[in-house]
Design a protein around this ligand. Structure first.
Ligand code: BES
Ligand code: ZN
Length: 644
């Protein structure tokens, strides 16, 4: 998409004026580009939306913005570095001749213009959380080329040795940009409101394959000096946290015309079987909230140290292998990452204070996909587990009056990671369920579908969402406005009194069995015959503290809990075992903590051990020493704060 310099300066002037006029200091936009469903908008038009201030970026988007990133990088496993160039296309307001980028731990070699002439650049003051601003001169051609190298400790990159992979024979690399780690591997403006298209040429050692969150232009790669080069392109502008790369011994299998699975060859059969229904997921999501706008939807199943459950990288969700239960019982995680193709990747939280707009909408949408595919009872169970997690998270945050229980969270002076609790997910989803119930599903679905169209490819703030809700759903109905308690939901702490809570009748039966067990019925005589994973999770969660060693042994033997292959059930069991100092489960605990590095599982188990006095602390230190080398920095960073 080209733009004449006249267009450029006119648009920039409009932008500058909008900000200067104090439109909320670059607040809610009125200049929304018209977007055809399914079509990518002009990337340059995107950059014109005035943005709210992002305290987690050094960028000054009202002056200059990156609109496109072109990467040419070589992955060197020996030095654990990516080295090469990032070519940035810049849009600048009139009379602005420099741009401020975000970087962290990057080694800058030089900066040139598009023709190779050196440009001035300068690092600013470093900040422990944010990294270092990099100010670069912007030439008339509005294109800058940064020659750089990442550091071996780059927070976004994990370089795995062959032993840390499933196949054990080849090294592996993957990136994880969210929330503010893209700046550790790409020198760009790392703010979710500043959307950028990208292309890349990635050179890797022979025998390995590179994949990205983009269109794969050369699936076989091209032989080049010292390896193979793979080319990619994503024309749809995305927030920079969605630029993602993985390199390894990778194989692919289609699960449908537009879906498929990438993973290490040894994991391919299991992964393809677990995700055999992927195509149906996309169909179900589209039937709910409109066209899937990203072309393909593939899932990359990563080696076991992947620190998250999943990451919604466009066109290519990254997922933990801990969802490969063998019975498709943990696929709601894929429904979640897929749902982000609308809530998050299409309509994006403008700042990390608005994170709940990504995760709360997605958790709601995830549950609707699960309901469409597996029925209302499965959806009710998942929602009910979510409600339980919300209560726990509120407790962990300091109770219902704690500031961090607000949806619109104040992250001043903190890493956005601090806001990554179940609260934005489950309180956000509960808020949307409350809205749904107040106006009825039909009206709510029509609203939400139109909302995604109206704001496609744009950043969204909490304030703007409320304005949209009032303009397009409430429409002056004072009685409805009063009933919804909107301001209490987004600005208040705890859970408002009108919250809708979904009940599961299956869980009521599970609770009855838990009571029978507590009253003395042997575990083997409980009616657990057809229980799903979710019912097992609920059963274990429903058993109180204070069980005897005999009761724990009975459960363990009757249900072979320590031998569980299902990661969620095993996790729930191990939590219980640790809290009761049930020693026969220690080998299983050690196996689990040393065979995967998903933070959601690892952190709470170490925290529970550390809460068990000398006994638990000694085990925690011993196991952590074994497990830590295999963990991603995201995971070890949080466990370091717990195990000392
Ligand atoms: N986008 C998140 C993961 C994330 C959030 C990474 C913030 C870094 C910073 C992803 O969609 C997510 O929510 N993953 C969850 C699984 C989901 C089913 C709740 C996870 O990884 O546990
Ligand atoms: Zn998510």
């Amino acid at each position: 998409m080209t733009m004449t310099s006249f267009d450029r300066s006119t648009r920039a002037a409009v932008l500058a004026l909008a900000c200067a006029a104090g439109l909320g200091g670059c607040a809610p936009a009125t200049v929304a580009p018209a977007v055809q469903p399914g079509a990518a908008p002009a990337p340059s038009a995107q950059a014109m939306i005035p943005l709210p201030r992002d305290i987690h970026s050094f960028a000054r988007p009202e002056q200059a913005r990156v609109t496109h990133v072109g990467l040419d990088l070589r992955a060197d496993f020996a030095s654990k570095t990516l080295e090469g160039t990032a070519t940035l296309d810049v849009q600048a307001a009139p009379n602005v001749h420099e741009i401020v980028l975000d970087t962290r731990d990057l080694e800058i070699r030089k900066v040139t213009d598009g023709a190779g002439r050196e440009m001035p650049w300068e690092f600013g003051q470093a900040d422990e959380v944010l990294g270092r601003p990099l100010t670069v001169g912007v030439p008339d051609g509005r294109r800058i080329v940064i020659h750089y190298r990442t550091s071996p400790g780059a927070g976004a990159l994990q370089w795995l040795t062959p032993e840390q992979t499933a196949g054990k024979r080849h090294p592996f690399l993957f990136s994880q940009g969210q929330a503010i780690l893209t700046r550790t591997w790409i020198p760009t403006q790392d703010s979710p409101g500043i959307r950028q298209s990208y292309d890349a040429r990635i050179t890797v050692p022979a025998g390995l394959t590179a994949v990205m969150s983009a269109d794969m232009l050369t699936p076989q790669g091209e032989a080049v000096q010292g390896g193979r080069a793979f080319r990619f392109r994503l024309d749809t502008p995305v927030p920079p946290y969605l630029i993602a790369l993985a390199v390894g011994d990778l194989a692919f299998r289609a699960t449908g015309p537009r879906t498929g699975v990438w993973t290490e060859p040894v994991t391919l059969d299991r992964a393809a079987n677990e995700l055999a229904e992927l195509e149906k997921f996309v169909d179900a999501a589209e039937a709910l909230y409109g066209p899937y706008r990203w072309g393909r939807y593939d899932v990359l199943v990563l080696p076991p140290s992947f620190p998250f459950g999943g990451m919604e990288n466009p066109r290519l969700t990254f997922a933990t292998p801990t969802i490969l239960a063998g019975d498709r019982s943990l696929v709601s995680l894929i429904a979640h990452e897929l749902a982000h193709s609308w809530s998050g990747n299409l309509v994006t939280n403008a700042t990390w204070a608005d994170f709940w707009l990504n995760e709360g909408f997605t958790t709601y949408f995830e549950n609707r996909i699960m309901e469409a595919l597996y029925g209302p009872e499965r959806a009710a169970m998942l929602a009910s587990l979510g409600w339980g997690n919300l209560q726990t998270a509120i407790g962990d945050a300091g109770g219902p009056g704690a500031a961090d229980t607000r949806l619109h969270i104040d992250l001043a002076g903190r890493d956005p990671d601090a806001g990554m609790t179940e609260i934005p997910y489950e309180k956000g989803a509960t808020f949307l369920r409350t809205l749904e119930q107040a106006v009825g599903r039909e009206r709510w679905d029509a609203y939400l579908r139109a909302y995604f169209d109206r704001h496609a490819f744009q950043p969204m703030t909490t304030e703007r969402f409320l304005a949209d809700l009032r303009a397009n759903l409430i429409r002056g109905d004072a009685e409805l406005e009063r009933r919804l308690m909107l301001d209490e939901w987004v600005s208040g702490t705890g859970v408002p009194s009108n919250a809708v809570r979904r009940e599961s009748s299956a869980f009521a039966r599970v609770e009855a069995e838990a009571q029978r067990f507590l009253a003395g019925t042997p575990a083997a005589q409980l009616a657990t015959g057809q229980w799903s994973t979710q019912e097992w999770q609920h059963f274990l969660g429903a058993l109180p503290q204070g069980l005897t060693a005999a009761q724990l042994g009975d459960l363990d033997r009757a249900f072979r809990l320590s031998q569980q292959g299902n990661s969620e059930i095993l996790f729930a069991w191990l939590q219980m075992a640790v809290r009761h100092r049930y020693e026969p489960a220690l080998p299983a605990l050690e196996r689990f903590l040393t065979s995967q590095g998903r933070r959601k599982f690892v952190r709470p188990l170490f925290a529970s051990l550390m809460a068990q006095g000398e006994w638990g602390q000694a085990h925690a230190r011993r196991i952590y020493q074994l497990a830590r080398p295999g963990y991603h920095p995201v995971t070890s960073g949080s466990v370091d704060e717990i195990v000392r």
